[in-house]
Design a protein around this ligand. Structure first.
Ligand code: UT7
Length: 309
């Protein structure tokens, strides 16, 4: 089987910084409470999905040394598109100067990892250059007067270019896509409304599904938790990440995080954390990288990759 591997990575965040202190000035909350319960210090807001996604995609294409006109497919994971239709990916295709097929995918905060799975499938079926974008602008759907949600969300984008790996032990090793519709009412956003959620229950279910999806992709690849070099989890709450890592038996130091400065950016959170991991300590050739996302639905997805061409 041809494996897809990441050959370019780009990120972008909203240009306005909102700190916990800014929120504490207008809401009944405090920097201390937010940091202790979520790990978030500040979040970035602003920009459309097209603007943020385009910015991230251009950086990823440049790193992959690829012209957009050579792309075979654009998959954009988002649950906050700029319009009901056309798709963000369709606008991106024109904006970047690509001539390929393009579609959006909504699996809430699991969207980016779902898209990695689909890119792998297309590359194993013969495509050669797939752009995967994860972008969300949750600030547009946040009730900034509601302290239980306003503290959590931000806007951002991450993009990766995926191509067939040159070595057959590099690239995507295994993937998993899950959905547990019985939990759909825990986290919702109706047309014309704001994000509503049962935070405590989302927290509980999130840890459970992250752990089970991670174990599944590890088992499918014949690997153990101790083989994982870097975990790149969805950035919803640092305590969710800590609990999941503990249950998986993987040291917390192996988890990439960016939530401290971005808040929860939904489909963008995993590529943003990947970007942070690459610039902080680097991800080395041969490293085993576990992506694991969860979100409204509950949706859940994991992908295991061996880094390198
Ligand atoms: O992509 C997925 C998106 N969503 C999530 O992942 C959400 C997962 N859940 C969470 O992150 C956490 O449940 C929250 C951070 C949302 C809340 O933390 P918690 O530890 O579950 O707090 P809680 O909801 O149980 O609230 C505890 C107390 C309550 O007061 P009482 O009833 O004990 O008097 C809340 O009213 O904290 C109060 N509270 C706040 N206090 C200060 C809730 N929000 C705030 C706030 N500042 N911002």
């Amino acid at each position: 089987m041809t494996r897809a591997t990441i050959t370019g990575l780009g990120t972008a965040v909203g240009n306005k910084v909102i700190t916990n202190h800014d929120l504490a000035a207008v809401l009944d909350t405090s920097d201390e409470w937010i940091v202790e319960r979520t790990g978030i210090h500040e979040r970035r807001v602003g920009g459309s999905c097209l603007e943020l996604g385009g910015q991230a995609a251009r950086i990823a294409l440049k790193e992959a040394e690829m012209d957009a006109s050579d792309l075979d497919l654009i998959i954009c994971a988002t649950c906050t598109p700029d319009q009901v239709f056309p798709a963000v990916s369709n606008r991106l295709q024109e904006d970047l100067g690509a001539a390929c097929g393009a579609f959006d995918l909504n699996a809430a905060c699991s969207g980016f990892t779902y898209a990695i799975s689909l890119a792998q499938a297309q590359i194993s079926a013969g495509m050669e250059r797939v752009l995967v974008v994860g972008v969300d602008t949750l600030s547009r759907f946040t009730d900034w007067d509601d302290r239980s949600t306003a503290i959590l969300f931000g806007d951002g984008a991450g993009a990766v270019v995926m191509e067939p790996a040159r070595r057959d032990d590099r690239g995507v090793l295994s993937t998993y896509m899950g959905s547990e519709g019985r939990f759909a009412d825990l986290l919702t956003c109706d047309f014309g409304d704001y994000i509503r959620m049962d935070g405590k229950e989302v927290f509980r279910q999130a840890v459970r599904v992250m752990v089970s999806a991670s174990r599944r992709v590890l088992a499918d690849a014949g690997l153990e938790p101790s083989d994982v070099t870097v975990v790149i989890p969805h950035q919803a709450n640092l305590r969710i990440i800590e609990s999941a890592m503990k249950r998986l038996g993987i040291p917390l130091g192996k988890a990439a995080t960016v939530i401290e400065v971005t808040g929860n950016t939904s489909s963008a959170s995993i590529p943003l954390a990947m970007g942070a991991a690459v610039s902080k300590s680097g991800i080395a050739d041969g490293d085993v990288v576990l992506l694991v996302g969860f979100g409204a639905g509950m949706s859940v997805a994991a992908a295991l990759l061996r880094w390198g061409r």
